[in-house]
Design a protein around this ligand. Structure first.
Ligand code: 5AD
Ligand code: SF4
Length: 470
């Protein structure tokens, strides 16, 4: 048994890590042939992509995907810790699984992802959730076949969570959820330690993959007919800092842009690490999508300081406008937290005025959530729940107003869309534009998923646009 420990998780040192090529134990291959699995994924794209690796690891030992958790022999929850409601959802699901296990004695239940890295969660599982068969963390996905095998063979709960990141595993198998759009990890972990955020504790220190490994994966994706790659990291802008003296995200983007891949995206970018070279490269290559997710978190320099964000309101705005001026037609999106401890009405109004200035194309807005073990958890939180909810609502009204206003500007223009398929609800084709807007559209011509088509925009809504193929 290995239990997590946040004190250990927050340590950062110059310890070398290796890239190791993953290999399945030969005797595990297809060992569980005929069994079925279901993964419920919470949280960000990192988790979604981890679930693509987890699916493939399970399939390598013989499991097949079930359509619903009700039909599966194994249900695995890939969890998220970022806010309390993500926590509550996973525990709610564990409650439902407890009932299911009363009826299906052989049901296997596993928990992994960010919540598995939290001491409190693991203690709760040990105490009150004996029916959970195994828990593993974000640093040891590669051990899943062995941990699961041990849980089955020994018929005993397995808790295998490492607080410190180990080696980087290359060549993990993957079953991708989309045949045309692929996620590619470029950097793991985060060293920023924003005071509200649990990610540096659950995902460990920043570790970049070697550029050769990333470029090889992209070559394989191109060979397999993928049209879009999204480079993933908690903070992609820190790419390369831990490995190279003179090679960063700008250089990586440029090398990928010279390949025959129609669409390149990347997320998420911390404003602190955004260099002029990156902006220049994003503006220069038409296959780097003009879409930047640039979380601001607050419009008040005082709150940004308390958040440990390392930039002021003015510095954010300067960067924002530099990107807007350099990258033609760029869309910028953001994340905003309201109700951070000590946020006054004046601070909040500064957030609203920043939104008025930036007119974001998309924004994810949250109420501050206390995360055990983070510095902000210890700050006095005197704002009432009603006040926080009211601020969120006021903020949402303004951000939504700009989503619609920006979308309305597109009426009558033509946008390029990567076709995903036909939406069951609307009976229309759908896909995403270069600026990552959801487009529903009709077509007189025969088109297929994976095509990139030009669509004339006819109608604008807050979160999508309607159009027809030209
Ligand atoms: N409370 C509320 N929102 C948070 N985020 C991260 N931590 C917290 C927290 N404790 C938000 C930030 C981040 C996004 C992924 O989640 O806005 O950019
Ligand atoms: Fe969390 Fe800040 Fe790292 Fe983003 S940059 S993952 S908000 S600590």
């Amino acid at each position: 048994m290995h239990l997590p420990d946040f004190r250990e998780a927050r340590t950062r040192d110059k310890r070398e890590y290796k890239s190791v090529v993953y290999q399945l134990n030969a005797e595990m291959k297809n060992k569980y042939h005929g069994k079925t699995y279901f993964i419920k994924t919470y949280g960000c794209q990192m988790n979604e992509h981890d679930s693509e690796n987890i699916s493939a690891l399970l399939e390598s030992i013989g499991f097949m995907k079930a359509d619903s958790y009700l039909d599966a022999d194994l249900v695995l929850l890939n969890t998220c810790s970022i806010r309390e409601n993500a926590h509550n959802k996973a525990f709610g699901m564990l409650g439902r699984l407890k009932h299911l296990k009363n009826e299906k004695r052989d049901l296997l239940i596993g928990l992994c992802g960010c919540m598995a890295q939290e001491v409190g969660v693991v203690e709760e599982i040990l105490k009150d959730y004996p029916f959970v068969n195994f828990v593993f963390g974000t640093h040891n996905l590669n051990e899943l076949p062995n941990i699961l095998d041990k849980a089955i063979e020994e018929n005993k709960q397995q808790i295998e969570v490492h607080s410190r990141e180990g080696d980087l595993y290359e060549g993990l198998p993957v079953v991708r959820a989309n045949p045309y759009k692929a996620y590619v990890n470029i950097i793991y972990g985060c060293d920023k330690f924003c005071t509200y955020c649990i990610v540096p504790y659950t995902r460990g220190r920043e570790r970049s993959r070697k550029k050769e490994d990333i470029l090889k994966e992209i070559d394989e994706l191109i060979h397999d007919g993928y049209k879009e790659v999204t480079l993933l990291g908690q903070n992609v802008n820190a790419y390369g800092k831990d490995l190279y003296d003179d090679y960063n995200l700008g250089d990586l983007l440029e090398e990928i842009a010279l390949k025959d891949i129609p669409r390149i995206r990347f997320m998420t970018s911390h404003p602190w690490d955004f260099t002029d070279k990156m902006i220049e490269v994003i503006g220069k290559y038409p296959n780097i999508m003009p879409s930047v997710h640039l979380p601001v978190q607050s419009g008040s320099s005082r709150i940004l300081k308390l958040m440990g964000r390392r930039y002021t309101r003015e510095e954010y705005l300067t960067l924002f406008h530099k990107i807007q001026d350099t990258v033609p037609g760029v869309s910028l999106s953001t994340d905003i937290i309201v109700g951070f401890p000590g946020e006054s009405e004046e601070d909040f109004l500064e957030t609203l005025s920043l939104v008025e200035e930036c007119k974001f194309d998309n924004a994810f807005t949250f109420i501050f959530s206390q995360r055990e073990g983070t510095p902000a958890c210890k700050l006095k939180d005197e704002i009432s729940t009603e006040e926080k909810e009211e601020r969120l609502q006021r903020l949402n009204e303004i951000v939504n107003h700009y989503f619609l206003e920006n979308n309305q500007k597109l009426i009558g223009t033509s946008v390029k869309v990567l076709v995903e398929g036909i939406s069951e609800k609307k009976g229309m084709y759908y896909g995403y534009s270069e600026t990552n807007k959801l487009i529903n559209f009709s077509s007189d011509k025969e088109i297929q998923a994976g095509d990139i088509v030009s669509v004339e925009i006819i109608e604008a809504k807050t979160w999508s646009l309607d159009g027809r193929v030209l």
